[in-house]
Design a protein around this ligand. Structure first.
Ligand code: FES
Length: 211
């Protein structure tokens, strides 16, 4: 009759250790399965309830009083990528998204500098007083595109003018810009000077959208 190797004090100890190891491995397996289901569940819930609040609203109220925006001195709201310009006909708002690759162009008071474009041509586009000799506009810091103050591109790789967005008076007399509503959108090669304006006297826009 053969000797049972477990039927000794040492063998019994080994058997106990074997059982404990098996239980430990089983326990770890269950734990891993539970963790995987929990992680998957949280991910699924994330898809079901997307965090929509991370999106910034497209409309915003301008803190500066409208009369503080004067002819030849546009208001730059860089963090919102909007500039509000006033000329003799009223206000308009340019959405500062370069039409090349989407950088934010900077406002400059010498937009024709280094481009070879005549100042007279640039001044004819917009908001500068006749006494101010140097035309203003925007220069894109990424690849050098330039835009007249009416947002028409004239230099660099930008393929078309920047868009204009809606600006209106709120009931309290402040300006409200809505970047979700385009009032002027021009295609490549379109240099027509837009006529859309918000009239500070009537406090209404003239409805002359483009195209
Ligand atoms: S993104 Fe403005 S010129 Fe390229």
């Amino acid at each position: 009759m053969g000797l049972n190797p477990y039927d000794t004090p040492r063998g019994r100890l080994h058997r106990l250790a074997d059982i404990s190891r098996r239980q430990f491995l089983l326990f770890m397996g269950i734990l891993a399965a539970l963790a995987a289901s929990l992680f998957g569940g949280i991910k699924t819930l994330g898809f079901l309830f997307p965090n929509a609040n991370l999106e910034e609203p497209l409309a915003f109220t301008v803190d500066v009083v409208p009369d503080a925006i004067t002819v030849g001195n546009p208001l730059q709201i860089t963090e919102k990528r909007v500039s509000i310009i006033r000329d003799d006909a009223g206000y308009y708002a340019v959405y500062l998204v370069c039409t090349h690759l989407g950088c934010t162009p900077n406002y400059v008071t010498n937009v024709t500098s280094g481009t070879g474009v005549a100042d007279d041509v640039a001044k004819g586009r917009g908001a500068r007083q006749a006494a101010e000799q140097i035309p203003n506009g925007w220069a894109c810091p990424c690849h050098g595109s330039r835009y007249y103050i009416d947002s028409t591109n004239f230099y660099g790789p930008a393929p078309r003018p920047m868009d204009w967005v809606d600006v209106q008076y709120s009931p309290s007399g402040k300006l409200v810009v809505d970047r979700g509503k385009l009032v002027v959108q021009r295609g490549a090669g379109v240099t027509t000077k837009p006529e859309w304006r918000l009239d500070p006297k009537t406090k209404k826009d003239n409805g002359k959208t483009l195209p």
